[in-house]
Each structure stands twice: as C-alpha cells, then as structure tokens.
Design a binder for this molecule. Structure first.
Ligand SMILES: NC(=O)c1ccc[n+]([C@@H]2O[C@H](COP(=O)([O-])OP(=O)(O)OC[C@H]3O[C@@H](n4cnc5c(N)ncnc54)[C@H](OP(=O)(O)O)[C@@H]3O)[C@@H](O)[C@H]2O)c1
Length: 282
C-alpha cells in the first residue's frame, strides 16, 4: 500500500481502502465536521455504526463533500438488540435512510454475543447472518462481515452460511495483536480491520513506543497505524481534531524495520479497551 486510498481486495471481488476513519464517541454535533476533515485529508473509508448515533451526520458530510459515491467506502454495523432475521432487515433500512444512501459498502454484525439481549448466540447469529446474505443479494450492502468475532464465533457462521463473511473488525493495536483471530481470518480469506488502533488514546504513554517515535521522527499514533498496515490490518483511527486527522493519514513515506515490528508485536497489557466479546453487556 502506497497511499491512503489504495484498496485491499475482499473475497467477493470488491475492495476496501487500506485505512478507515473511525467515528465511535464522535457526537453527532461533531461528526459532520470531522468526516469532512477526513475526506479533505484523503480518507475515503468511513466507519460508523447504529450504536454511534451519528449515521445521519456522517451521511450529511459525505453528501456535502461532492465526492462521487463510488469513490467512497461506507461501513455501518448492526446493533446488538437488532440481531435476528426480520429485525436485521429493518435495522439496515433505517441505517441506509439515516446515511442517505441506497447501499453501504460493508455491513457488520457489531458483536457476536450480548447476554443482555440474548443467550442463544449461535442461533441468533445465524438468523442475523441469513438476513445479511439477503441484504447482500439485494444489493443493499456490497460486502458483509463481522466484528468482534473470535474463531469459534466465526466457525458457527461458516458451518451454515451460503455467503462467507468477508471481514472481521477487531480490537488491534500494540498490546492487542489478537494473533489467533487474525490468522484464523487469513485462513478463511477474511480481511481484518483494526479498531481502536491507538487504544482509544491509551497507547500514547507506552515507553517503548515513545522511544521508537523519537527514532523514526514520527508520532506514536503514526507508528501504531503503520504497524497495523504492515500486518495487512486496516486501521480505523478516530479523531475530531483536524491536525490529528491529517497526521494519521501520513503513513506512507516511512516503514518500521523488522526488529521494531517484533518489539511492538511483543508488547502486552497496554491499551486494551476492557471489552470482551464473551462478557459484553451493553
Ligand atoms: N467494532 C467495534 O466494536 C469497535 C469498537 C471500538 C472502535 N471501533 C471503531 O474504531 C475506531 C477507532 O477506535 P477509537 O475510537 O476507540 O479510538 P482510536 O482511534 O484508537 O483513538 C482515538 C483517540 O485518540 C486521540 N487521537 C487520535 N489521533 C491522535 C493523534 N494523532 N495524536 C494524539 N491523539 C490522537 C483521539 O482524540 P481526539 O478525537 O480528541 O482528537 C481519541 O481520543 C472507532 O472510532 C470506531 O469507528 C469499533
């Protein structure tokens, strides 16, 4: 990858820009401005979700940008209480309406298991996936995937699906490399997206990365994002600050050497969100 708009092929023949722009915790009041800043800085891939309550503002920024729809890649996610066949179809329509578009490029099941809403996660995930396949066949979503699914959650889908998931979006940053899930995805032809690539801001005080930042003359954020790219993981940095949004896009004029990649791979215990797909209650 040499440019933020370069795309990685997905298993169904579509392709996804190698860096996305995150919008979790971006209030609707700031989402349009931050997405506009991201598009101006060159991002073409925007990551939102029903649960972020900012789909409408994201859609407004996209429309106002004047960038042709085909040059953009929009992802949204099905929220936990909407899992199930009919409720998924209805939730997708609500998201498309809020975003002001007749298709999204990627639709994800946000979490595999939320005991607050259901305990039979295997069955519910399969019903939801059946609806994802229907939405895909109808052209309302150009690619379908998962988020926060570990191998056993993915295996449950693979056993019965007619369309295989194309993506898994998981927490991914130094200290949280999730090797087992990443290699499972590779084996099954799924692209991996990395959420909280900056540990939601928790990664900035890690001394090993700070020392590396001085060596490369790049920020801690840039090093973490570059580390994800060199692992062929699509990072989704979030910021509402225009200078940081631009900084996080400047990732293609340096690379981490092998030894430093291994140093970052070996970090443990930093940056974790505390969120666990098997013990989530939202
Ligand atoms: N699928 C899921 O379950 C899931 C879960 C979490 C996140 N996500 C996705 O992944 C995206 C990114 O994760 P995240 O929002 O947790 O955060 P992140 O990108 O890891 O970190 C964002 C935080 O770092 C700050 N920041 C950003 N760039 C910086 C820079 N260059 N220098 C210093 N500080 C910087 C931001 O501050 P300011 O905004 O104040 O500038 C914000 O506080 C989300 O927005 C969402 O799209 C998905």
């Amino acid at each position: 990858m040499n440019h933020i708009q370069d795309r990685i092929p997905l298993a169904n023949g579509t392709a996804i820009p190698c860096v996305g722009f995150g919008t979790w915790k971006t209030p609707a009041s700031q989402a349009a401005a931050s997405v506009a800043a991201a598009l101006a800085a060159g991002y073409r891939h925007i990551d939102t979700a029903t649960a972020y309550h900012n789909e409408q503002a994201v859609g407004e920024a996209v429309a106002a940008s004047g960038i042709p729809r085909g040059a953009l890649f929009l992802t949204t996610k099905l929220w936990n209480p909407d899992q199930g066949y009919r409720s998924t179809l209805a939730a997708c329509d609500r998201s498309l309406c809020a975003l002001g578009t007749d298709y999204v490029d990627l639709y994800l099941i946000h979490w595999p298991h939320d005991p607050k809403y259901f305990d039979n996660w295997q069955e519910v995930n399969l019903e939801t996936w059946r609806a994802f396949e229907a939405l895909y066949q109808a052209g309302k979503v150009r690619a379908i995937g998962l988020s926060n699914f570990r191998p056993r959650h993915i295996e449950n889908i693979l056993r019965s699906c007619t369309v295989k998931p194309m993506v898994d979006q998981i927490e991914f940053h130094p200290g949280m490399a999730q090797q087992e899930t990443v290699s499972f995805c590779r084996t099954h032809g799924m692209a991996v997206e990395g959420w909280s690539p900056l540990g939601s801001g928790r990664i900035f005080q890690v001394p090993e990365i700070q020392a590396m930042s001085e060596k490369y003359g790049r920020s801690v954020a840039q090093l973490c994002l570059r580390w994800a790219l060199q692992h062929d993981v699509i990072p989704l940095p979030k910021s509402v600050t225009p200078a940081r949004i631009a900084e996080n896009a400047r990732l293609f004029d340096f690379s981490l050497d092998e030894a430093d990649m291994r140093t970052l791979d070996a970090l443990t215990g930093c940056g974790w969100s505390g969120l666990d797909p098997d013990h989530l209650v939202y």
